[in-house]
Design a protein around this ligand. Structure first.
Ligand code: SF4
Length: 686
């Protein structure tokens, strides 16, 4: 019997913890702590601890499948490739769209956007960052010139005031939660604002329950109070920023007095005053946010407002400070970095920039690539499919499950069913794969080499621990084989993920100095522009990444969500996750240790609301919005603010996204998962 330990990086959240996969006779059977793992020092949350359990699930896809007469039949790779080549070759580039995946490696995301742009010549490539942090990329790039976490995870422990807004860090990024605990142990204060009294809120010195969708009002109120008290960092504002007067004019309006903000948000005036005082007077303060900020029709405004507050108080470019968006999926930062987005190539080089187009054509050795226009986002693709049938005819989806993850599922299903041809490449038969014409079996994270980039911009290695099951292949290999088959053998002649990474490093300025040799074992934070560069844990130390080096204040007015409660739908619905499950549950629901802890969905209802509705704890109730209804067990709990209800979105039996609204932020095109109007009723007896 041979036992070996293979150090790798967690496939779940954006924290990027390292662990060892324990392999017996060529098969992974456990996870063991890797004490020198750079992010987590050997500690793991439950998902990481049990990240081996789904790998050898009997549900894994093991052969290519083609749908014939409505049924999937097993086929050969050659037959599947022939069909894909014939079909994709029959459409105009503008009629094809590709979805890449934050669950796959950097190399695979890079190849997917290259496949779309070089082989299919379509500009329509995107991935699920659209649904979680596209407002971060757009918002922070507009104010700082770089749309990423400004500081590192470790650095949070240096802070003397940690303001957590719209992030349930202790459940969703548990090992980042440890840095918050360390900040407390070092004498720092913790403020948490959230409609739910989450495990994160329990750590707070000041907890501010508030109504979902009122973030800008809260942030403007805090800024007004700080300016009124003369506590803004005048030297930082003068030296490092511009447009402060515009911001001041906006936030000093009576609309954002603490009294008015309290009425809008539900936060007591005294709490707002205390929060402003702590943030303004701390030696150094940091702001942590996640999807509570981003998943709104005002997601970009929310993000810019967080940046306003931290620039106002001079909390950028130094240890313990920063605007720190916690990215959701394991490699959502990397998928964005790799250009799996409709507007940029890797390293955020704009597709509309002629110099960037020329550079990519030269690097890729082709005369022609996708037209230099911005392609469709995920959310636009779905809307076009549902509302304008025939405009998009074919889709290639790698490792995404929009049939459970996207808003307004009836609309998504209607759209996907309008496709003439759908390819899905995944490790399990997902709800989306069920609709496909061809399903390709992919290798999971434990079955291939590669890299992923965590939320703090640290690029780390995945290492192969076992072979894929049956005939499944790594996504990179499938894309290389298809790219060659479709006429680009030289552009897809990669023998290994390392060879792909070398091309990534060559074409991507922020990755120029990286190589597999340098990434082992601690990884490197981008930007890392040269082979001698140590990487950059803290951004914007001296200047921001703007042409004039200055951070830009943005005057932002509070706007309510696109759909607010009314007589018919009198409550706010917000959605999110539990520590035990991950997104659409394809992996965690096949991990027995996790699934047994949280096997069914629920709706959280405040006891006062439940009493008015005559609803008891555990009773199955009907939650309805203008998009649909879901029958779901009620969890009556004082841990959610009155007037707001919460459903986790993992469960196909209780799909929260049948209810959510697909109204979009006008810039980032992110949907408003965090606020729509809902009614909840007792289920009538038959
Ligand atoms: Fe994995 Fe995130 Fe848990 Fe770390 S915190 S073990 S990266 S799920």
């Amino acid at each position: 019997m041979e036992i070996k330990y293979v150090s790798t990086t967690c496939p779940y959240c954006g924290t990027g913890c390292g662990f060892n996969l324990v392999v017996r006779d060529g098969r992974v059977f456990d996870v063991a702590h890797w004490q020198r793992a750079p992010v987590n020092g050997g500690k793991l949350c439950p998902k990481g601890r049990y990240a081996h359990e789904f790998i050898n699930s009997p549900d894994r896809l093991t052969k290519p499948l083609i749908k014939k007469d409505g049924e999937f039949v097993e086929t050969t790779w050659d037959e599947a490739y022939d069909l894909i080549a014939e079909k994709l070759g029959s459409y105009n580039p503008d009629e094809i769209a590709c979805l890449s995946s934050a669950r796959t490696s950097n190399e695979e995301n890079y190849l997917m956007q290259k496949f779309a742009r070089v082989v299919l010549k379509t500009p329509h490539v995107d991935h699920c960052a659209r649904l979680c942090h596209s407002s971060t990329v757009a918002g922070l790039a507009a104010v700082f010139g770089s749309g990423a976490m400004t500081n590192s995870i470790k650095d949070i422990a240096e802070s003397k005031c940690v303001f957590v807004l719209g992030s349930n860090t202790f459940e969703q990024h548990p090992l980042i939660g440890r840095s918050i605990v360390r900040a407390k142990q070092n004498g720092g204060k913790v403020i948490v604002a959230d409609p739910r009294y989450t495990p994160t809120a329990r750590q707070a010195d000041l907890y501010m329950p508030f109504v979902s969708g009122t973030d800008v009002a809260v942030l403007n109120g805090l800024m007004q109070e700080i300016i009124k008290n003369g506590q803004e960092d005048k030297e930082f504002i003068q030296r490092r920023t511009k447009d402060f007067e515009n911001l001041k004019k906006a936030v000093m309006k009576d609309d954002y007095s603490l009294e008015n903000v309290s009425k809008i948000s539900g936060i007591p005036v005294e709490s707002l005053r205390t929060a402003a005082e702590w943030i303004a007077t701390a030696d150094v303060a940091t702001l942590i946010y996640s999807m509570g900020i981003t998943q709104h029709t005002v997601g970009v405004d929310n993000v810019k407002s967080t940046a306003n507050l931290m620039m106002l108080t001079g909390n950028l470019g130094k240890p313990g400070a920063g605007v720190n968006p916690l990215r959701g999926q394991n490699n959502v930062q990397g998928a964005c970095d790799m250009g799996a987005l409709p507007n940029v190539y890797s390293g955020y080089q704009k597709v509309t920039d002629e110099a960037a187009q020329t550079k990519m054509k030269e690097m890729w050795g082709v005369e022609e690539i996708a037209e230099g226009k911005v392609g469709y986002t995920v959310t636009e693709m779905v809307n076009i499919l549902a509302e304008n049938p025939g405009k998009l005819k074919a889709m290639y989806i790698m490792g995404e499950n929009p049939m459970l993850s996207d808003p307004d599922l009836s609309h998504v299903e209607e759209g996907l069913k309008n496709l003439e041809f759908l390819v899905v490449q995944d490790i399990f038969m997902t709800e989306t794969a069920e609709l496909a014409d061809v399903v390709l079996p992919a290798a999971c994270y434990a079955e291939k080499d590669g890299t992923q980039t965590n939320t703090e911009r640290r690029v780390q290695r995945w290492k192969k621990a076992q072979d894929p099951p049956g005939e499944a292949k790594p996504d990179w290999q499938i894309l290389c084989e298809l790219g060659s088959k479709l006429g680009y053998p030289d552009q897809f002649a990669f023998e290994s993920p390392e060879a792909i990474f070398d091309e990534v490093a060559a074409v991507t300025p922020s990755y120029h100095g990286m190589s597999y040799a340098r990434l082992d074992p601690d990884g490197l934070h981008w930007p890392c522009p040269t082979v001698e560069h140590p990487g950059t844990a803290i951004l914007h130390r001296e200047t921001f990444a703007m042409p004039d080096g200055l951070g830009v204040f943005s005057p932002i007015e509070w706007k309510p969500p696109a759909e607010v409660p009314d007589d018919e739908y009198p409550f706010v619905l917000t959605t999110g996750r539990t520590i035990w499950q991950w997104h659409t549950g394809t992996m965690t629901r096949r991990s027995w240790s996790l699934e047994k802890e949280a096997p069914i969905g629920w709706i959280e209802i405040n006891p006062e609301d439940a009493k008015e509705l005559g609803i008891k704890d555990d009773e199955v109730v009907r939650a309805s919005t203008r998009r649909g209804s879901v029958d779901i067990p009620a969890k009556v709990t004082p841990e959610i603010i009155k007037g707001v209800m919460f459903i986790p979105f993992h469960y196909k039996e209780h799909p929260a996204n049948r209810l959510t609204h697909n109204a979009l932020d006008p810039i980032a095109k992110i949907p408003e998962f965090k606020a729509c109007a809902v009614k909840v009723e007792k289920i009538p007896e038959e």
